[in-house]
Design a protein around this ligand. Structure first.
Ligand SMILES: CC(=O)N[C@H]1[C@@H](OP(=O)(O)OP(=O)(O)OC[C@H]2O[C@@H](n3ccc(=O)[nH]c3=O)[C@H](O)[C@@H]2O)O[C@H](CO)[C@@H](O)[C@@H]1O
Ligand SMILES: C=C(OP(=O)(O)O)C(=O)O
Length: 427
């Protein structure tokens, strides 16, 4: 069990480069199955979820190798289209293998995916989309058997713009016969990145980034080299951390277009933000002010993956802010932990009422999921005294050694493996 120990109260200062996007890299790695041969994917972050995806690809028979931020995958040696249950359960993104395996081999067997415990997270839209393309789906106990002699393009209307369902259906449709149109598709930048990778391999996809995606099926795809986009949630987390500690931070290698909503909310709170082509400067010399109300919604609205982190900033702002969470019904688990650090947050149904306090205080808190964990780290950086964040493995799913990232900006943060004697020190 690892924990982070943070001595708070130091403004973050300096320059840092943001790593590649987890949520773009995961479906892209899964999509490599669609084309037989050797793929080279660059700017892949060194994260727990990425290693789980590589383990799944290896279990299927692929040869995989990760060197620094480059992944090489040879998909010509696949021997099975059944994903081991223990790997399926380690993350939500294991479900991304369904579409590609079905499209290439005509069959796939999976169990329920794992992932952050932030809500029910059904997969009905994934399954219905694959069925619409011609798949036969049998569910026995917890196992889902999916087969198809052929996939045929069709019109699919998603009841809600699910990111994962859009990506899964898209990956199956690229090798279906004829034309598929996905209506009410999710519009996240990671879907556009997947479209670009698929098209680089010879697919004919258009419309990603809008709510209608059109796919003209092709028989064959060719492996290629591709570079993943920067992680907009890691970028946003660093922006909020800079603001909450009243620091002065430059982020390099970011895509400011993907951060428009977060930038807008931070500016309303009084944070200074300068924007260049792939660089952003965040400074916050004085205490921020409340933002009356934000609502998490599908892109381009405010992202649910930034809700816990923004709650920390609001906890320290003048006045009362309201945050409404509309995507995941169980994504307020960080509230109790923040209140233990001196925050004043009350949850009523899907809304959190955040009354700003002048100061947070160090405490021992538990990361219940990935972004809740990131929020607690920010709270610890801004708080007076010592904060211990437990269950760090959740944070490692989405941030490349978060303690190193913040230590480079002057934070006092250390990771302990089992006992303080076995600590690894940063900063
Ligand atoms: C790896 C990845 O990219 N993860 C992101 C992806 O997750 P993920 O793809 O799982 O999120 P979805 O967009 O699918 O989920 C949105 C909502 O749709 C519901 N739903 C989804 C699928 C389905 O078949 N049935 C159904 O009811 C979910 O329970 C949730 O309430 O988008 C989320 C919403 O932006 C982000 O928080 C996650 O970081
Ligand atoms: C919820 C997240 O990831 P996942 O969908 O992989 O659980 C996240 O990245 O915040």
């Amino acid at each position: 069990m690892e924990k982070l120990v943070i001595e708070g109260g130091r403004p973050l200062q300096g320059t840092i480069e943001v790593h590649g996007s987890k949520n773009a890299a995961l479906p892209i790695l899964a999509a490599s199955i669609l084309a037989e041969g050797t793929h080279m994917i660059n700017n892949v972050p060194n994260l727990l979820d990425i290693h789980v995806m590589l383990s799944i690809l290896s279990a299927l028979g692929c040869r995989t190798e990760m060197r620094e931020e480059r992944v090489i995958i040879d998909t010509s040696t696949v021997t099975t289209s059944q994903i081991p249950e223990d790997l399926m359960g380690q993350m939500r993104s294991s479900i991304f293998l369904m579409g590609p395996l079905l499209a290439r081999f005509g069959r796939v067997t999976v169990t329920q995916p794992g992932g952050c415990a932030i809500g029910e997270r059904k997969i009905d839209l994934h399954l219905r989309g694959l069925e619409a393309l011609g798949a036969n789906i049998q569910i026995q106990g917890g196992t889902i058997h999916c087969t198809a002699d052929r996939l045929v393009g069709t019109e699919i209307f998603l009841d809600l713009p699910s990111v994962g369902a859009t990506e899964n259906i898209l990956m199956a449709a690229v090798r279906a016969e004829g034309k598929t149109v996905i209506y009410n598709a999710a519009r996240e930048p990671e879907i556009e990145d997947l479209q670009n990778y698929l098209n680089r391999m010879g697919a004919r996809v258009s419309g990603a980034g809008t709510s209608t995606i059109t796919v003209e099926g092709v028989e064959h795809l060719t492996p290629c080299q591709y570079t993943v986009i920067p992680d907009r949630i890691v970028s946003g987390t660093m922006m909020v951390a800079a603001a909450a500690t009243r620091g002065d931070v430059v982020l390099e290698g970011v895509n400011p277009e993907h951060l428009t909503t977060i930038t807008h909310v931070l500016r309303r709170a009084g944070v200074h933000i300068e924007v260049g082509d792939d660089i952003m400067k965040i400074s916050c010399p004085t205490r921020t002010r409340a933002v009356e109300r934000i609502v998490t919604q599908p892109y381009p609205a405010f992202p649910t993956d930034m809700q816990p982190q923004m709650m920390v900033l609001f906890s320290l702002s003048y006045g009362t802010s309201i945050i409404k969470e509309t995507i995941f019904e169980g994504r307020f688990k960080h509230v109790d932990e923040l209140n233990r650090m001196g925050a004043d947050i009350r949850v009523d149904s899907h809304s959190a009422f955040v009354r700003g306090v002048p100061r947070l205080y160090g405490a021992t808190v538990e990361a219940t999921d990935l972004r809740a964990g990131a929020a607690l780290v920010i709270a610890g950086l801004a708080a007076s005294g010592t904060t211990i964040v437990e269950q760090v493995h959740h944070i490692d799913r989405g941030y490349e050694r978060i303690e190193d990232m913040f230590a480079r900006l002057g934070a006092r943060i250390e990771r302990y493996t089992s006992s303080p004697a076995a600590k690894r020190v940063s900063g």
